[in-house]
Design a protein around this ligand. Structure first.
Ligand code: BGC
Length: 361
């Protein structure tokens, strides 16, 4: 049996490869089986959103520190580019692929090719759909992200005790991303009973996922939809009490629209990712909360799984039921998301080394 590598922040620092987003806890060690120079293909969707830059950098630093060669590519949110990048990774000898898909169902040809070449594929954060060439899935508990957001609205408006009615609007994610439905359903399963009872009123009438969705999670798209909703339903100063946003890039769009066109009392706004701009808005009172998914945790888990795969060890999974991709149920490892707001962000984001104080200025 191979010796485990205790990969720590200090190991990565000694190797001179510290990524801007430092690893979780200085003292944290995770048993990772060292590599032997094998090439790992890491395909990320876009550099436009902060989180994927962090994910890519974390993966690269950890993999190189553990002894692997890394082929890291970003696909400018273009599914066709991602398909050819993954195909190139396979042709150039990648032994494991890690893919965060732009569109879950657009990579079938590359997955077929990986399967023919016996290359294990780990779906990273977003499930790869409609194909049996996916070996494992590592992500955060996506449904739980939604329940944390929904519960926050319920608690903050005190819906158990208050009569309301309160006005709610909803902004969801990208229909091409399997996660988006989980976030939406997690929140709406909790909020729907209050909508049905009339305690929560959605003045725009837009409560279905398709109506609330935001193609490619774009801030500008979320902003223009929010501007329309405000102009049509709240132009007379009617209050919006809460705006459920599935993530931070869409929350930013809603916050821009509120700043430009809204005159009522500032609503509760939810988010996800703890992006720097959104944490700054949280501090400034423009966003109420965000769900923190520590990208360091996910990267460590994936590097651990890669070591297990390449050494023929049993691969760490903790969910073998939830994530069916329309062809197979993919064995998954779900990390736990954490609630963040203005009261705990210092401990969560600064004390843990995720951000520096300068990052949030
Ligand atoms: C991720 C979120 C992210 C969103 C937009 C989702 O798949 O899980 O963390 O905010 O994509 O990039």
């Amino acid at each position: 049996m191979k010796k485990f590598l205790a990969l720590t922040l200090s190991t990565a620092m000694v190797a001179g490869m510290m990524a801007p987003a430092a690893f979780a806890d200085e003292t944290e060690a995770m048993d990772i089986l060292p590599g032997d120079g094998q090439k790992i293909g890491v395909s990320m969707p876009t550099k436009d959103l902060q989180r994927w830059n962090q994910d890519g950098e974390n993966m690269q630093t950890l993999l190189e520190t553990a002894g692997y060669e890394v082929d890291l590519q970003y696909a400018s949110n273009d599914p066709q580019t991602q398909l050819s990048q993954v195909e190139n990774m396979i042709s150039s000898g990648a032994e494991v692929l890690v893919i965060a898909a732009i569109e879950g169902s657009s990579l079938g040809e590359a997955l077929d090719m990986a399967k023919e070449n016996d290359i294990p594929v780990i779906a990273y954060d977003r499930l790869l759909m409609d194909n049996d060439g996916v070996s494992y899935y590592a992500t955060f508990d996506n449904y739980m992200v939604g329940t944390v957001q929904g519960q926050y609205i319920i608690d903050t408006l005190d819906l158990e005790n208050e009569d309301g009615p309160f006005n709610l609007e909803i902004t969801a994610g990208d229909p091409g991303d399997n996660n988006a439905g989980f976030f939406f359903n997690g929140a709406m399963d909790l909020l729907k009973p209050y909508i049905e009872e009339g305690k929560l009123v959605v003045q725009s009438g837009q409560t279905e996922f398709e109506e609330c969705a935001t193609a490619q999670w774009k801030t500008e798209t979320a902003q223009s939809r929010a501007e329309n909703i405000i102009a049509s339903n709240y132009a007379d100063g009617t209050n919006i009490d809460a705006w459920l946003c599935s993530n931070d890039s869409t929350a930013l769009g809603v916050e821009n629209a509120l700043a430009a066109n809204y005159t009522g009392e500032y609503p509760i706004v939810t988010g996800q990712d703890c992006d720097k701009e959104n944490v700054k808005n949280m501090i400034a009172g423009k966003q109420s909360m965000s769900v923190f998914k520590d990208t360091r945790t996910l990267a460590l888990q994936v590097v651990k799984m890669i070591g297990q795969i390449l050494n023929g060890e049993e691969v760490d999974v903790n969910d073998e039921e939830t994530y069916n991709n329309n062809v197979i149920t993919v064995p998954s490892y779900l990390c736990e998301p954490v609630f963040a707001d203005v009261n705990n962000y210092e401990e969560l984001l600064l004390d843990s080394g995720y951000y520096t104080e300068d990052d949030l200025k």
